[in-house]
Design a binder for this molecule. Structure first.
Ligand code: COS
Length: 386
């Protein structure tokens, strides 16, 4: 049985411990493949979503009535899902991130129309921020939305869009021109079947999940699909990422925990020179590093989640630290697990080999490690000297 003592940390309430117990029970009774081929990924996403809706877990991904999202529940769910399957975690995470701007800033009508269906698995959500020439520098995005009576007309491209091709709607960040740069961007909901919106390319990945490049040509969207105020879309995107970046760290933590679990089993059972590998001090040093990084990552993640849940208006610094540390160290932990598994660690389809591929994207999406360093440095430099 994996270590669950962290659930007794003061960051958690009784309902979080109950959620973790029900996640463990559900995951113990359901089996999800470690590896899904690119050509089966759309079907697998639909099946995984249907299963997690039946398990009752997607309701935590959205805020149908306008209450704050519970970031600790989001993190616990991602951590547990990612321990079993990177794709399972992805499906849950995207329902939350893709509809996050509506949960945080949507009107009651937008919530009623979109979020109930997202929670029920009847609608699949996507977050469309990045463009071919605007990734880390998100404020330089160029896709335009010009007003035309009571509609917007969208023209341009988005890329690296998770759930692209299977989403029911996209929350699109578009230039509406109130001011140059970050202050001239608005967040607009675009239904996937809107005429003029097309998927021009599906992008295969190191660990399969649906990802696409989208084209918008004269796409007409009613003004009622604007989320928040015109010109505040960049802040909406950043505030959404403030919530979900800690959860990326949590997914990395789940993968790292799985790597450690697998390594402990191997180190205790594999005999080298007539004794278990675990008796070798070099192996012990690696296991010690793994365990230490896992606890440090968990502390940063649940500190950020607890701070947000306790009512902090922004957790930009805490969330950036959690994502940066947890994803970078999970990569190191999984690499060490590959090393300690010897040849098995690189056998296609072995759980450790799957983790090795699953973890890589987490250091890039929702703000690369380097972006998180910029954010942490800016926030630290902005502090008053004593
Ligand atoms: N919450 C609320 N508002 C925020 C915010 C947050 N977390 N972060 C920034 N803002 C606001 C700022 O306060 C500023 O508004 P004011 O001038 O009124 O104060 C505005 O947004 C612009 O912020 P800033 O000047 O920091 O913008 P930059 O263009 O310098 O942004 C980074 C820099 C690198 C932080 C940003 O572009 C970023 O996060 N890039 C990565 C994007 C990303 O994660 N892409 C992945 C897409 S999802 S897979």
């Amino acid at each position: 049985m994996a270590d669950c003592s962290y659930l007794n940390w003061p960051f958690f309430d009784a309902r979080h411990r109950e959620l973790a117990a029900s996640l463990n029970a559900w995951l113990g009774a359901t089996s999800f493949p470690h590896h899904v081929n690119e050509d089966k990924v759309d079907t697998a996403c639909a099946e995984f979503l249907a299963e997690m809706v039946k398990g009752g877990f997607t309701a935590n991904a959205v805020s149908t009535e306008g209450a704050a999202l519970d970031v600790r529940s989001l993190c616990l769910t991602r951590e547990h899902f990612a321990r079993h399957s990177g794709l399972l975690d992805f499906v849950f995470a995207m329902q939350g991130l893709g509809s996050g701007p509506i949960s945080l800033f949507g009107t009651p009508e937008q919530r009623a129309h979109y979020l109930r269906d997202v929670a029920a698995g009847k609608k699949v959500a996507a977050f469309a921020l990045s463009e071919p020439e605007a990734g880390s520098d998100a404020a330089s995005l160029t896709l335009t939305a010009r007003a035309d009576g009571d509609h917007f007309i969208l023209d341009g491209e988005k890329t690296w869009i998770s759930n692209g091709g299977i989403a029911s709607f996209y929350v699109v960040f578009a230039r509406t021109g109130e001011a140059p740069g970050a202050k001239g961007v608005s967040a607009i909901i675009v239904d996937a079947d809107s005429p003029g919106l097309s998927v021009v390319e599906r992008i295969p990945l190191i660990a399969a999940h649906p990802l696409a490049r989208l084209k918008f040509e004269n796409v007409r969207v009613p003004h009622g699909n604007l989320i928040g105020k015109p010109g505040e879309g960049f802040k909406t995107a950043m505030a959404t990422l403030d919530v979900f970046r800690s959860t990326v760290g949590a997914a990395a933590l789940g993968m790292a925990r799985r790597a450690l679990d697998e390594t402990l089993t191997r180190a205790k059972t594999r005999q080298i020179n007539g004794a278990p590998m675990a008796e070798l001090q070099m192996v012990q040093a690696m296991i010690s590093d793994m365990a230490l990084k896992i606890d440090a990552a968990a502390l940063l993640i649940y500190r950020a989640a607890w701070t947000k849940d306790s009512g902090a208006p922004r957790v930009t610094r805490e969330a950036a630290m959690a994502k940066l540390y947890a994803t970078d160290t999970a990569q190191e932990i999984i690499d060490a697990a590959v090393q300690l598994h010897g040849g098995w660690g690189v056998v296609h389809g072995h759980p450790i080999e799957c983790l090795y591929r699953d973890i890589r994207a987490l250091r890039i999406y929702e703000g690369a490690s380097e972006v998180q360093k910029v954010i942490i440095a800016r926030q630290t430099l902005a502090q008053e000297a004593p």
